[in-house]
Ligand binder design. Structure first.
Ligand code: MLT
Length: 302
């Protein structure tokens, strides 16, 4: 009998895979395995029984790796399982930056009870004109599961797509279609792209990668999209770049006290993976990883 502790709501479709060999526990101290989404585990005491943690998602910056290494706990994630959901939100982000959809919605809401609204709309609509993304250059930094899907989708929308990834394997690099992605260095992406989207994990090497230096290399009026992790972008530097017009829009699903108040920011909650389909996919993959490890000792995506 194995005891499972869930630290967030995990989709029932995944949990259904746990048979009579498993029971759920409220106590982390007695759990054999943990299923977690975004809960920060860094300050939690991990019990002596704990053998595995499965993160139902891609990023693992909420997992205490040092403690896991000391205690011999295997950590899994679910790469690719939520990639389509994130891709769709990033494409929405591109369109939100290019067209003044947010301004238009806010205006209609603010004037919804105005007399003669339909006539007023005709008069005002010129204030919400935008741009098309077709033909514009998109730089995708990070060519993992999400980055590649974003690149392909943007290409299908007519964008010229550039990609880079310092950690890409030779095998993966060869598998990328050159019709879709022209691989460049990160500096070339900074210098040439109209839209730049980051799809990298948060680690020492990537923390604040969007900073005064990288912003300085970018084209005037660039749009930055960050649906990965808040700390990839230096808040003070993006604030100055927005104020000077260097950055036209900063679109993110990691608003904080500072960025949410900046002009030129389009911010929504961290919703990239929040679709029913993606939550099911992540839960199924995470549960399978735990079961395979506990029952057969097999390790995939650790
Ligand atoms: C991920 O790391 O998988 C995504 O950012 C979504 C999430 O945090 O659940």
């Amino acid at each position: 009998m194995y005891r499972i502790k869930t630290l967030n709501k995990i989709s029932g479709i995944g949990l259904k895979e746990l048979d009579e060999n498993y029971r759920f526990t409220e106590e982390l101290s007695e759990a054999d395995a943990v299923l977690v989404r975004s809960a920060d585990m860094k300050s939690l005491e991990l019990g002596d029984n704990l053998l595995a943690i499965a993160r139902a998602g891609a990023g693992v910056n909420n997992i205490p790796f040092d403690k896991c290494a000391e205690q011999g706990i295997v950590v899994f994630n679910t790469p690719g399982a939520n990639a389509n959901a994130v891709k769709e939100l990033v494409i929405a982000g591109l369109l939100l930056a290019a067209r003044d959809i947010v301004g238009g919605i806010n205006w209609v809401q603010a004037n919804k009870d105005a007399e003669g609204l339909s006539k007023l709309v005709e008069k005002e609509k010129g204030n919400f004109a935008g741009n098309e993304i077709e033909g514009k250059k998109l730089g995708v930094i990070g060519l993992g599961a999400i980055g590649v899907l974003v690149a392909n989708a943007a290409k299908r929308l007519g964008m010229e797509v550039y990609g880079c990834d310092p950690y890409i394997s030779v095998e993966h690099a060869w598998s990328l279609s050159r019709d879709v992605i022209h691989v460049k260095t990160v500096e070339e992406i900074y210098r040439t792209c109209d839209y730049i989207t980051v799809h990298v994990p948060l680690m020492d090497a990537t923390k604040h990668m969007i900073n005064v230096y990288s912003l300085g290399l970018m084209k005037d009026g660039v749009v930055i999209l960050n649906f990965s992790r808040d700390a990839l972008v230096n808040d003070e530097d993006i604030e100055k770049a927005l104020a000077s017009g260097k950055v036209k829009k900063y679109v993110t699903d990691f608003p904080n006290e500072k960025t949410a108040n900046m002009k030129g920011v389009i911010a929504i909650p961290h919703l990239g993976a929040s679709t029913e389909e993606s939550e099911d996919n992540c839960a199924v993959m995470a549960v399978k990883e735990v079961v395979d490890y506990l029952e057969k000792g097999s390790i995939k995506n650790s």
